[in-house]
Design a protein around this ligand. Structure first.
Ligand code: GAP
Length: 444
């Protein structure tokens, strides 16, 4: 639906997130840990819904997809084979006076932007977080926190193939935490050092990779639009040759138009057979495919190509917040509202007694129990009904059910208020659950 605000400033989102319990600064009472965030009670509901929407659309609803969950810690050789040990780096310069470090490609000046001091020559800095396994902290025990979930899929390619007997084309998806010691962070949860990814590695016959690349771009564009993101706020940006990662033949980013400009929401890469071949070479285990539909015996074994749609959960969540946020003027008052799609809204239905009147409360609790048996619901009886509607609007609750004296004395019915239109309908309590389901588009 149309918005009053064209662009939403970051401070409004940060302030709403803290005020209403979506996202908090990590370790805030100790002054905060830079670029790390905690999800509060509403934030975690929203995050779970985003993950679930992804998992349902791309894993459960497709016959050509399966899911896995691999460990964050992997054998250190994985990162040598994948190329991350050598090439997952940013060029850094360091100030000789204040020792601040900056990404060489992000600063224009020859001197330190912090204190004006002299800068060192640029040198490459690996973005992976090092850690040690076991009690001895030597190089033999050293490994990394994974910087992408993708490698956990590649190393399990043969396991999944054998266990599921899938035929090409098919894909493996997973959702999990990744870690990068990012030099340039900022813009709230847009770029952080600990984040969550939802990644798919889709294995295809070489030669069909470009067609599948385009298919996955279209599928993800549609997913965002189906979840309510306005089409005009999304665009596709193919990477220039010099921008491509070491493994990619082609990558296109889906970008979102933030207040500060276009920013990457996700990347869809054609990773070719780079990873499966690299792991075959480094592990000595053949990660290839036997194609029984090919007649020529010399051609039957080949390494599949991979198309990879990679999306950050935190970044998707941020886009859903930005895109749904609005401030509307109603009878001289400002209403802050999140027009979240019901499928991802943290709370689907609020149950509100007209007041805390002793006669109303038992009936309202009864209605609440009925509603929460089917939907994620919240009971709220503090302050005036108008304020409670505003509070629910601000957290994106699509529907509010109000129990009043007419419910008790007259019709055993309640009103349902729609967050977006603010229109109300009166519904008999025995029909309430079905009507709510219909109003939510059966997509909660
Ligand atoms: N496996 C491929 C891969 O990881 P990427 O473009 O580096 O590709 C994919 O990351 C997505 O993960 C990004 O488009 C973004 O949504 C998310 N992401 C990457 N780095 C992030 C960070 N530091 N903070 C938050 N999200 C991040």
């Amino acid at each position: 639906m149309a918005r009053t605000l064209d662009h939403v400033e970051m401070d409004k989102i940060v302030s709403l997130c803290k005020r209403r319990g979506f996202i908090f600064q990590s370790s805030e009472i100790y002054g905060g840990l830079a670029s790390t965030y905690d999800y509060g009670p509403l934030g975690i509901e929203l995050k779970r819904n985003v993950r679930d929407a992804w998992w349902k659309r791309f894993i459960q609803d497709r016959d050509d997809m399966v899911g896995i969950e691999s460990a964050i810690l992997m054998h250190p050789k994985v990162w040598v084979a994948s190329g991350h040990a050598d090439t997952f780096t940013d060029p850094l310069v360091e100030c000789k006076a204040c020792h601040h470090r900056f990404r060489a490609d992000h600063i224009d000046s020859q001197t330190c932007p912090n204190c004006g001091g002299e800068l060192t020559e640029a040198r490459n800095f690996n973005l992976m977080f090092k850690t040690n396994i076991g009690p001895v902290e030597d190089t033999a025990s050293q490994t990394y926190l994974r910087p992408e979930t993708a490698q956990g899929i590649f190393v399990n390619f043969q396991n999944v193939l054998t266990a599921t007997r899938k035929r090409l084309p098919f894909g493996i998806g997973q959702i999990g935490k990744s870690f990068r010691n990012e030099i340039t962070t900022g813009n709230f949860t847009f770029r952080t050092r600990e984040f969550e990814q939802m990644e798919i590695e889709f294995f295809v016959k070489p030669g069909t990779d470009e067609e599948w690349h385009q298919k996955w771009i279209d599928l993800f564009m549609q997913w965002f639009i189906d979840l309510g993101v306005r089409e005009e706020k999304l665009r596709l940006r193919p990477h220039a040759q010099e921008e491509l990662s070491h493994y990619a033949k082609a990558t296109s980013d889906i970008e979102y138009s933030f207040a500060w400009g276009w920013g990457e929401l996700m990347g869809i890469a054609n990773r070719t057979d780079f990873d499966l071949k690299a792991h075959t070479q480094h592990s000595g285990v053949r990660l290839d495919y036997f194609d029984d539909e090919i007649e020529d015996p010399d051609q039957k074994h080949y390494t599949p190509y991979v198309v990879e749609p990679a999306l950050g959960v935190d970044r998707a969540l941020l886009v859903f917040l930005f895109d749904s946020y609005d401030e509307e003027t109603i009878e001289g008052d400002t209403r802050v509202v999140l027009h979240l799609n019901p499928a991802i809204a943290p709370i689907k239905v609020a149950v509100l007694p007209l007041s805390r009147n002793a006669r109303l409360v038992p009936k309202a609790r009864e209605v609440y129990d009925l509603v929460r048996s089917r939907f994620v619901a919240q009971y709220d009886d503090a302050q005036s009904i108008g304020r409670r509607y505003r509070r629910q609007d601000e957290i994106g609750t699509p529907l509010a059910v109000t129990v009043d004296f007419q419910t008790l004395d007259d019709d055993n019915a309640v009103t349902i208020r729609n967050r977006d239109t603010m229109q109300q309908i009166r519904v008999p309590i025995p029909e309430l659950v079905d009507t709510l389901a219909e109003c939510l588009g059966n997509s909660w």
